[in-house]
Design a protein. Structure first.
Length: 539
């Protein structure tokens, strides 16, 4: 029995082909993963299935959900089908939720819009669905607002909204990309459990082959709007008949080659650093409380060393990073860079702060889209009393990150995601800082682009002697690009040591929990094929 059948789907927007002959099937109770790089057509395929193609799009072929052809179904009927017969979970839950509406009302809205019960019945059903999604009412009342929840909890609310009417088909578009490893594992287990309990079909869109290998029954590999390979998960990952599939697999397992560390010379030193925040009083006339986000953190980063920092969301990584950069005052302890205090008299020491730079997770969000590259990467010049020659510095920085000096006159939107991240690294390099902080610098990139950026960091370590603090929830990346790693939990460093030692023989139970939760891409080619004569569709 087939739940969803996509046959020869073609989509063009204003005459430009986007999808070409996409064909795939999903059965009830089956998880089918769409994988490929950004721009491969994964999300456009999902939008076509939902009947949500953008204005100017022309679609041909067939998209059959049961007996209904989505492409020929009128909009009023599609509105009735969305939520009832098919639901969608988007990548960024904060933008998918209404920030001024409590979570109970948002889940109940789906039920009310489709006329499936009274307001009281809808709220009761919403409570049941939120509990099914891992948000029990005793801990997460319906009156909570999205900003009062963590990223993983907000994603659970979005899932509860999508499954409120138990649709036959659920589409999840990169539902775990921005989540830490333990939360990611919980969300994937939740989705897998919902498929088993409700018998729904799941279309999972992701670029992470490790996630695909652990959850999907079938894989559909897309490239430039076409399906280049599809079949059972084990078959596809074992044979990889298309070179593009092999490239994705190799990029997912890519390990960079770092140069040897120089002799240890302390650069960044933290001694018993404490950062507290005021929290509102819990009752009238009571004193305001205190929340300790960073609790007695101490470590040393040596010159030329690559240090990793891992931990779940809310463990204090971002607060600690802001303190290191002189952007957050601390209530105790000391932070020094090359012996000079980052804070002097309770205020940030600008002479020290200018010797540190940061690369953010989303380079496009950290750039002014109206400025050209030359202006963007010379922004740190305002920290220098005597900046070097602008044109020469821009050309050197762009060459260092594998771009051309001619790119200086372009705008950010003229580059791919990986190229924009290279520009962000060039901006961090241009004043030759002593320390670079990379905050989730590759988590939003495709696996192939991520491999290129990680190789770039290794090359820069050879040519520029980089010292960096690499913050990430992707343990495979941290293992590849760091010499030592710190594990943070509830504001404390619970374990630190040589990267390979920590990953192979962790001494703390929390570290073991993180490692066990991280998805691992198995080497399917080491496993014998149970049916070597079986062929793959569209191979």
């Amino acid at each position: 029995m087939t739940l969803l059948s996509v046959q020869g789907l073609n989509v063009a927007i204003h005459g430009t082909p986007i999808l070409r002959g996409v064909t795939l099937d999903i059965a009830p109770g089956q998880i089918v993963a769409l994988t490929g790089e950004s721009g491969s057509g994964k999300s456009m395929t999902a939008l076509a299935v939902m009947g949500l193609l953008p204005q100017g799009a022309v679609a041909t072929g067939r998209v059959m959900l049961g007996d209904a052809d989505i492409l020929t179904t009128p909009e009023p009927a599609l509105c009735a089908m969305r939520g009832r017969d098919m639901g969608m979970v988007f990548q960024e839950p904060m933008t998918a939720l209404n920030p001024v509406q409590c979570i109970g009302d948002q889940v109940a809205e789906t039920i009310l819009v489709h006329g499936k019960g009274s307001r009281a019945e809808a709220r009761a059903a919403a409570q049941d669905m939120l509990a099914r999604a891992g948000l029990p009412p005793d801990r997460f009342p319906l009156t909570r607002y999205p900003h009062e929840l963590s990223g993983g909890q907000r994603q659970r609310v979005v899932i509860a909204m999508a499954i409120a009417l138990r649709p036959h088909l659920l589409i999840a578009d990169e539902p775990t990309t921005a989540l830490d490893v333990t939360t990611q594992a919980q969300i994937l287990d939740l989705l897998k459990g919902l498929v088993a309990d409700f018998g729904m079909g799941l279309m999972l869109i992701t670029h992470d082959l490790a996630v695909v290998a652990g959850i999907a029954d079938r894989i559909v590999v897309m490239r430039k709007g076409e399906v280049v390979e599809q079949g059972a998960t084990g078959d596809v990952l074992r044979h990889m008949r298309h070179p593009y599939t092999r490239m994705l697999f190799d990029a997912s397992r890519h390990r960079v080659s770092l140069p040897p560390r120089p002799a240890p010379v302390p650069l960044l030193e933290l001694r018993n650093v404490v950062r507290d925040y005021r929290v509102p009083a819990k009752r009238l006339f009571a004193s305001a409380g205190r929340f300790r986000a960073v609790d007695g953190v101490s470590f040393t980063l040596h010159r030329g060393e690559r240090l990793g920092l891992v931990g779940e969301s809310g463990c204090g990584k971002s607060t600690l990073t802001r303190a290191i950069l002189g952007l957050e005052p601390v209530q105790g302890g000391e932070i020094t860079l090359d012996g000079a205090p980052v804070f002097s008299g309770g205020r940030p020491n600008l002479d020290v702060r200018r010797r540190m730079q940061v690369v953010f997770q989303d380079p496009f969000g950290s750039f002014n889209p109206r400025h050209r590259v030359a202006r963007l990467i010379t922004e740190p010049f305002h920290l220098l009393d005597n900046p070097p020659d602008r044109d020469t510095s821009v050309a050197e920085a762009l060459r260092a990150v594998g771009l051309s000096p001619g790119d200086a006159d372009k705008y950010p939107h003229q580059f791919s995601g990986g190229q924009r991240q290279r520009i962000a690294i060039a901006r961090a390099l241009i004043i030759k800082p002593d320390l670079i902080v990379l905050d989730e610098a590759v988590s939003a990139l495709d696996v192939s682009v991520r491999a290129q950026v990680l190789d770039l960091l290794a090359d820069l370590c050879r040519s520029h002697g980089l010292s960096y603090l690499f913050i990430s929830h992707d343990l495979s990346v941290v293992r590849s690009v760091t010499d030592r790693v710190l594990v943070m939990r509830a504001g404390k460093i619970v374990e630190q040591g040589e990267t390979e030692t920590v990953f192979t023989a962790p001494s703390h139970a929390y570290t073991r929990t993180l490692i066990d939760a991280a998805p691992v891409l198995p080497d399917w080619q080491d496993t014998p094929d149970p049916d070597p004569d079986r062929s793959l569709a569209n191979a």
